[in-house]
Design a protein around this ligand. Structure first.
Ligand code: NAP
Length: 380
């Protein structure tokens, strides 16, 4: 049953063997990390190298690369090798202890990533060796070399899409896809306005909207490389790229006259930036808040409610996945459509910086720096 994992059972561990003395692995719940098991002192288990934290705090202080035991592969489990996993703001917030859901400690970081199936349990039906899989829910802990997951905790992907696209598919493109699908009936020629347009979510919004013929007005913070950033976002389909400061200028009002006013505003920032988006919505339009990077509340002008009857909504992809966990077709349909866009070259991964697992400290620090415009991805 146990594979010969060279990277796992290395050095003195090559003499380790699994034994009956290992206690049964507790069931892996959707948002729990693999739990440790006890074993007789004479035996040692295969292990995985993992970026683990034992307490909440500053990620660069509390996250450590540690060996953790791999549990036995149950009949409905799969053993996977993690291939690549990004560092997202929600991963950082989880480690800091400020996110809406927190795994039990110690916990392995990383809510997103792609893994390859190395071995399947005897009752596994939907997966086979070699398949690529991504988590169905947050909290699996993808920053590790290998893991044993329940078959139900992952969903397969075609393994002919680029690795970085697969590693970054499960959170941001799914969020963008749902926000563009579930709040307003967007038709070709309609307009969406968004802030944090250079974020992972923002880049997915640009591309999915472009594939549907929907215009995007993309707001970013000013920076010395604004021109290059604007060029890059336009190259993936952005209709317009605007500095936050320019939203109040007369030129922007003139620009807005050239296409329909936005039906949908997507807010990943909060504070003044969100209020600015609201000002440009058409009557009856929706603003969907999915992130709060500025850590400032959203202020809704009374006039936007009275005279424009705007709808102020929120979205959390984790909740959507949990609400649809019994409806296999809903998640599968979205993943298939996103993979099809990737295969057609219409949806690419966000700009990424690839980092080895051992360089995780550098990657964690870089992921928290402003104006980087690139997602840190651990290549494992
Ligand atoms: N609700 C959901 O289901 C859901 C799903 C996915 C992501 N999210 C949230 O969406 C947000 C973006 O996630 P991501 O993975 O796409 O991010 P990302 O790729 O890491 O990019 C971060 C973005 O935030 C911007 N930013 C950072 N600090 C800012 C500030 N103080 N004011 C304005 N903008 C700021 C950055 O702009 P600069 O380049 O100017 O620094 C960049 O555009 C996060 O809050 C994340 O938690 C929510």
């Amino acid at each position: 049953m146990w594979p010969r994992l060279r990277s796992v059972c290395s050095g003195s561990r090559t003499i380790c063997r699994r034994g009956a003395a290992l206690s049964k692995r507790p069931k892996l719940t959707a948002n729990a990390n693999v739990t440790h098991f006890t074993q007789s002192a004479a035996l040692c288990a295969p292990t995985s190298s993992a970026l683990q934290y034992r307490q909440h705090g500053d990620p660069s202080q509390v996250v450590k690369l540690e060996d953790i035991d791999l549990p036995p592969i149950g009949a409905k489990d799969v053993l996977v090798k993690i291939l690549a996993a990004p560092i997202n703001p929600s991963d950082i917030n989880m480690i800091q202890g400020t996110y809406a859901i927190l795994p039990d400690l110690p916990a392995v970081g990383g809510n997103e990533g792609v893994a390859q199936v190395l071995e399947v349990g005897s009752l596994v039906k939907s997966l086979k060796t070699g398949d690529w899989v991504i988590p169905r829910d947050a909290g699996l802990g993808m920053w590790r070399t290998e893991a044993v997951f329940s078959e139900d905790d992952v969903i397969s992907l075609p393994n002919d899409i680029p690795l970085l696209s697969a590693a970054t598919l499960g959170v941001n493109p799914c969020t963008a896809f749902r926000m563009l699908s579930d709040f307003e009936d967007l038709k070709p020629g309609d307009t969406v306005i968004q802030n944090a347009a250079n974020s992972g979510v923002g880049q997915a919004v640009i591309q999915i909207a472009a594939a549907r013929g929907v215009n995007t007005i993309n707001v970013v913070r000013d920076r010395p490389e604004f021109t290059q950033l604007s060029y890059r976002l336009k190259a993936i389909g952005a209709t317009h790229v605007i500095k936050e400061e320019a939203l109040r200028r007369p030129e922007f009002k003139e620009l807005l006259k050239t296409f329909p006013k936005p039906k949908l505003a997507l807010n990943g920032v909060g504070g003044k930036s969100a209020t600015e988006l609201l000002r440009h919505l058409q009557i009856g339009g929706s603003m969907v808040t999915y992130g709060g990077m500025a850590k400032q509340p959203v202020t809704v002008p009374v006039s936007a409610l009275i005279f424009k009857d705007v709808k102020v909504r929120g979205f959390w992809v984790t909740q959507w996945k949990r609400d649809h966990s019994k409806d296999e077709r809903a998640f599968r349909a979205m993943v298939d459509e996103l993979c099809s866009l990737i295969q057609q070259g219409k949806l690419t991964a966000p700009a990424c910086t690839e980092v080895g697992l051992r360089d995780f400290s550098k990657a964690l620090e870089a992921s928290m720096k402003p104006f980087t415009s690139a997602k840190q991805v651990l290549i494992i």
